[in-house]
Design a protein around this ligand. Structure first.
Ligand code: MN
Length: 492
């Protein structure tokens, strides 16, 4: 069943039945137009207008209990006294987008009369409604403008995509093969609290459970998958006949089966815990990420989840999203850059061109040479997003970056890589990121915007900190201090 966003319009009985009939007709016209808009990635469902406290409570309770409903777009066509909304909103568990629009774009200067004024009261009806949401401390998105305006449609499309991601996060199952990399802090955290706040469950399986499934892969399955590798990638010399390639195929077959059978949307592993596995999964993890799975290395379950959620939020878009690590700096006075990469596991959805499949020794872990895809990242505006556990709460952190062309060949670097210019500049961005306690791992995305991470954080009720063109350190540090206070008071 398609996931739905319900379009709910508020009014009241002050104006007589004719006006309410017109309100309902206009609301249906708008919701149908939004549903027909291909940029909005969910079904928009028109619901009967609500005009009394009971109708509002019934609509909100129904939305909360409906498994297909992932959010509400609410619109106050007329005035809808907001005390009527208290009971309903108290029972609502789905995110809200308040569309502050008006059916008529323009004021009909020559014909406007009091009937028109009474029918088109969003300007004050929306404020009354917004007041009660603010008073009830309900976070929501407010979109202002005419419903046919492309800028309004874009905001609704972005918000709908985030609602899909939030729905995914609340139902996500993350499996960890092995524990966290020993002694590492930021990849660890409170999995119980993560389930309470985000809904996602994070549980472990011994690597042996996975190895048992990997070992069930048949030779015929492995042969077939090796053929797919040869078709989809440029195989490096000798790779096609290399035992490591067959081993990578065996791991991929087992890993995919394990994830499918367990209903997992994301996973972690660690090179420190690979008992019974011949090599650290490189190519298999790259391919599974490209299919939409979330992944976090070294036991990093928070970024495994975040990669998955961002992939859901970016469905239908053309670019890509990957697990990422800030790896190495280029401190050129003409413009500092960061080279992003990982030992192996960068998603080919962000590649600039057809990846090359190579087999090389891994410097750590003491296992057989793993197979990996090697490529340069595409160019364009992107974000690095992080989710960290600060002990008393979670924090999202986002840095806007520009992925730039990689001019050099780097013939001795056998991993996928991306080169970016961070906003406002690398020095400020890194200083701010470090002050904010951001992870060395991130979810890197061409498709998801910083605004969308903000919407996600608001749906989750979690802090979000931004590093962008306007970031200035003194104000940024003050923002962090204020966040300590605000989120401390809220108890999140
Ligand atoms: Mn790492």
């Amino acid at each position: 069943m398609t996931q739905q966003i319900w379009f709910i319009t508020g009014s009241q009985h002050l104006y007589g039945p004719e006006t309410l009939k017109q309100v309902a007709a206009n609301a249906e016209t708008i919701s149908r137009a939004l549903n027909a808009d291909a940029s909005i990635p969910v079904e928009i469902v028109f619901k009967p207008i609500v005009t009394t406290p009971d109708e509002i409570r019934v609509a909100c309770t129904a939305a909360s209990g409906d498994t297909n409903c992932i959010g509400l777009i609410t619109w106050m066509h007329t005035f809808s006294p907001a005390k009527m909304w208290i009971n309903g909103l108290s029972n609502l568990t789905k995110p809200i987008c308040h569309l502050h629009t008006q059916f008529n774009r323009d004021i009909p200067w020559d014909t406007i009369d009091m009937d028109f004024m009474n029918l088109n009261q969003s300007a004050h009806g929306g404020r009354e409604y917004g007041h009660i949401l603010t008073r009830m401390r309900i976070q929501r998105k407010v979109v202002v403008g005419h419903w046919e305006d492309p800028a309004v449609r874009t905001q609704l499309a972005d918000w709908s995509a985030v609602a899909l991601g939030w729905h995914e996060m609340q139902h996500l199952k993350v499996v960890r093969f092995g524990d966290n990399m020993r002694f590492v802090s930021v990849t660890d955290g409170d999995k119980v609290e993560a389930e309470r706040v985000f809904g996602m469950s994070v549980n472990t399986h011994g690597v042996g459970d996975l190895v048992a499934v990997i070992n069930e892969a048949s030779d015929a399955q492995i042969d077939a998958l090796c053929e797919v590798y040869a078709e989809e990638y440029e195989l490096a010399k000798g790779a096609a006949r290399h035992d490591s390639l067959r081993e990578a195929a065996r791991i991929e077959i087992g890993l995919r089966r394990f994830l499918e059978e367990g209903g997992y949307g994301a996973y972690t592993n660690t090179f420190e815990d690979l008992h019974g596995m011949e090599q650290l999964p490189g190519l298999p993890t790259q391919r599974l990420m490209a299919e939409g799975y979330g992944f976090g290395a070294e036991g990093d379950w928070k970024h495994a989840a975040l990669v998955r959620v961002l992939k859901v939020m970016s469905q239908g878009k053309s670019g890509g999203t990957s697990f990422m690590e800030d790896y190495t700096y280029h401190f050129d006075p003409a413009g500092a850059r960061c080279l992003g990469s990982h030992m192996l596991e960068i998603c080919p959805s962000i590649a600039a061109s057809k990846p090359r499949c190579e087999i090389h020794e891994l410097g750590i872990g003491g296992k057989a040479d793993p197979v990996r895809l090697v490529f340069n990242g595409a160019e364009g505006q992107a974000i690095n997003a992080s989710l960290v556990d600060l002990g008393n709460r979670f924090r999202f952190l986002v840095n806007e970056v520009e992925s730039v062309a990689i001019e050099q060949d780097m013939p001795k670097l056998p991993v996928a890589r991306v080169l970016w210019d961070a906003k406002p500049d690398l020095q400020t961005a890194a200083e701010a990121w470090i002050q904010a306690g951001g992870a060395h791992h991130t979810a890197f995305s061409f498709d998801v915007s910083a605004n969308q991470i903000e919407m996600l954080s608001e749906m989750a009720g979690v802090e979000c900190v931004f590093i962008d063109e306007k970031t200035e350190m003194r104000a940024f540090k003050q923002e962090l201090r204020l966040g300590e206070m605000y989120h401390g008071i809220r108890g999140l």
